[in-house]
Design a protein around this ligand. Structure first.
Ligand SMILES: NC(=O)c1ccc[n+]([C@@H]2O[C@H](COP(=O)([O-])OP(=O)(O)OC[C@H]3O[C@@H](n4cnc5c(N)ncnc54)[C@H](O)[C@@H]3O)[C@@H](O)[C@H]2O)c1
Ligand SMILES: [Fe+2]
Length: 378
């Protein structure tokens, strides 16, 4: 039977990041480790946050050795930095990459062994039973929604994305400040936004009974459909940035129900071609979703209504997705994205091995992935 759980405390709104120091102090945290990625470390944001936390009387330290699809060495480096600073809490600042590493550092700061020994679904997985340090999340992209998620997604030495999952990994509080996304470059806004949109769509289509998630997913889709092109075309529009940040959290809250085949396609593309996760979802979304059109006809019509189409048909919804991609600069398919056709076999195998499509409304076989990729590469 499904379980229903929506536990994260979310402080939401422009400027809310300024409350972080007082919040941590009230929780008894004195020496937080600020975890962010290399790209962000070169911008003013982390320093501003460090200064504001210091002004509240705390002694923060910075860890930023994270780049691209995050890997285990960032987690071990972060745990070493946590110990060296004698830290007593963690501030995750960034997109999914930094937030996932922050979660994994929190886990490994108090649990023995190696990170992937805790991998979700492994028959001999170590249990996540101990307390983890108090950690808070400040998202700087509107995409993964990792700030409200229970998973840390870290790539192994073969670039395969491994998932460590536990409700204990949830951030204890989220400070979702849309001003943090104002400086996102258009390309990152578009790619991360497509991840959020894909979460809403795939969660709604996922096969389990979960009307609460379905409602959240549809409203997230409605917000993202309007806000995403606006964020790309008018990056300083704080209302659009706010709606997109909200939609990204709604997508992640909704996908506790499950995802689907688009995410399996995207995970394989990150492994094989090191594509950014949201970008890969965006490239594949319309061609992969076509596979579900027949089996989920009513749901496609509902989504077409929700995004406000005059012709609320499933086909119309796919056309709308294609037009949205063109408008925000996401390539129409894998050929345009520069992926090599020689990778077809490996991509199909890896997508089939990925677990996300187990929640897809229609069962997917390896040959289905092959056909979907093949069309996208043509
Ligand atoms: N935990 C989950 O539930 C979950 C869900 C989906 C994806 N993921 C994972 O999240 C990762 C992707 O996260 P993402 O899409 O947020 O991208 P990201 O964290 O990789 O960030 C993308 C780029 O944007 C830069 N950036 C971030 N915020 C910025 C800002 N405000 N201004 C300027 N530049 C900024 C970063 O430095 C980076 O170069 C992947 O590893 C993916 O597997 C996790
Ligand atoms: Fe995703």
């Amino acid at each position: 039977m499904p379980t229903f759980s929506f536990p994260t405390l979310i402080h939401f709104g422009p400027g809310v990041r300024k409350d972080v120091g007082a919040h941590l102090k009230a929780q008894g945290v004195e020496r937080p480790l600020l975890v962010t990625d290399k790209g962000l470390a070169a911008l003013p944001l982390p320093k501003e946050l460090m200064d504001s936390v210091r002004a509240a009387g705390l002694e923060p330290a910075l860890f930023s050795d994270i780049a691209g699809n995050p890997v285990e060495s960032s987690v071990t480096g972060g745990v070493a930095a946590y110990r060296a600073h004698k830290a007593d809490g963690i501030i995750g600042l960034g997109g999914g990459a930094a937030l996932d590493v922050a979660k994994a550092i929190a886990l490994m700061a108090t649990h023995p062994g190696a990170l992937f020994e805790y991998e979700d679904g492994r028959p001999d997985a170590r249990p996540i039973v101990g307390e983890v340090p108090y950690w808070i999340a400040l998202p700087t992209t509107a995409g993964t929604g990792s700030e409200v998620g229970r998973s840390a997604v870290i790539s192994d030495a073969d670039h395969i994305k491994r998932i460590v999952f536990s409700p204990k990994l949830l951030a204890r509080a989220v400070f979702a400040d849309p001003e943090l996304t104002l400086a996102l470059p258009a390309k990152v806004t578009a790619a991360t936004g497509m991840d959020a949109l894909t979460h809403c769509i795939e969660a709604y289509l996922a096969k389990d009974y979960h009307p609460i998630c379905d409602g959240i997913a549809l409203e997230g889709l409605r917000l993202a459909a309007k806000a995403l092109p606006r964020c790309v075309e008018a990056p300083g529009d704080i209302q659009a940035r706010s709606d997109m940040m909200m939609a990204s959290m709604m997508g992640a809250i909704a996908f506790q129900k499950g995802l689907g085949l688009v995410h399996s396609c995207a995970h394989a593309l990150s492994t094989v071609a090191d594509l950014h996760h949201g970008f890969a979802n965006g490239v594949m979304i319309d061609s992969a979703l076509r596979f579900n059109l027949e089996s989920s006809a009513e749901k496609f019509e509902r989504m077409a209504q929700v995004v406000g189409l005059a012709d609320p048909s499933g086909e119309g919804f796919l056309v709308w997705l294609r037009e949205l991609k063109a408008r925000i600069g996401i390539p129409a398919g894998l050929k345009a994205a520069g992926v090599d056709r020689a990778e077809l076999d490996r991509l199909s195998k890896l997508a089939f091995q990925d677990s996300c499509h187990q929640n897809n409304p229609r069962p997917v076989q390896e040959q289905d992935f092959r056909r979907i990729y093949s069309e996208s590469l043509a």
